[in-house]
Design a protein around this ligand. Sequence first.
Ligand code: BGC
Length: 420
Amino acid sequence: MKQDPKLPLKFPKSFLWGAASAAHQTEGGTHNQWSVWELENAKALASRAKYIHGHVPKWDEIKHEAQRAENYVSGKATDHYHKYPEDFAILKKLGMNSWRFSIEWSRIEPEQGAWNAEAIEHYRTYLQRLKVLGIEPIVTLWHWTQPVWFDRKGGFMKRKNIQYFERFAAKVLDELGRDFRYIVTVNEPDTYVGQGFFAANWPPQIHSPWKGFVTLLNLLTAHKRVYKLAHSAGRKYKVGIAKFAAYHYAGDDALLSKITAGLAKWGSEYFAMNRIKKHLDFVGLNYYRALRYYGYRQHEAEDYVNDMGWEMQPGKIEDIVKDYYDRYNLPIIITENGVADRDDEYRKWWISQTLMALNRALQSGVKIEGYMHWSLTDNFEWSSGYWPRFGLVAIDYKTGKRHVRPSAAWFGGVIKKIRS
Ligand code: BGC
């Protein structure tokens, strides 16, 4: 399974090589709608762990962690809020020149209309540090978390609340906008809605497809408004979203399986994109998994699955970028891509397959401008908590120590070779 990428990998000189993260999953000490939900649900998640995660290949290894309520409370996370200089030094060591992160709205505007000068200053220093290191920031404005006051007003379920997000975006541009060019307005709005309103196992846990649908439309409107706002500001921003992308396929030859795979692909890949395609400077794609359909349902694969039970077909990223490029003719940045792999068994293979696939797509004319691996370090994986390990760098949660995994050291070498 392990394989080194076949050289030469001809990536453009200006290619962004980096890693991606999100505030709530790394910073620690965030107070937002999600942290409130965690405290209310941690015990229930721990007691239902076997039912939710019992099927994953390493259940025996993770069950102790997954059955503890602490696993489900983000708490101090990786303490990236304080340890970012250390994390940036690792990025640099790995030869990376880009970093995707999110600015936590609940820090900037903890109460409605009250701006927190200290938090703004924090992100200013943070961005300046990136500049000094020659690392291009990609700034996400909404990565699923929002201030409690905004959530209590109904969040993105209500169209009239979009103005608050616009105001936050305007504040960020005004205060910090000189220090970045790339903006990801919203991260995977479809996943948030699918999990929050259809499956209803994430906040706001409202089982209402209709409310979910309205929320999705509002998030897309929010994206469009911030796109316009950024372009009306003097500087030349590049504005995109981070879009969930998967490889959808029928598990057998039955017509129904094929129809289901086709419909799922349309709903999941194109529905949102078709609504915002005129308001994008680039498409950010988050690719993690293949989704297999039998009959009218999705079935998890049994083989080639990562620690979370997700089917791994890294090479399919080639088909995905080609498809998005053919349809939308926009530059692509891989805003997330990675694998839950606590024992570092698959990561090298995954990255290697991915780079070869991207290389093939590039050579066939697809415009790909960057690759952000998810994630630099292990972090808080939403309702699954801490046990899934996506990091190039392992975190020892007891000591906070960072350990570069072997696959990451190898990846750093590949990046340096390509960039040299
Ligand atoms: C999200 C990340 C998450 C990752 C792995 C993406 O959908 O944007 O926040 O950690 O997937 O599940």
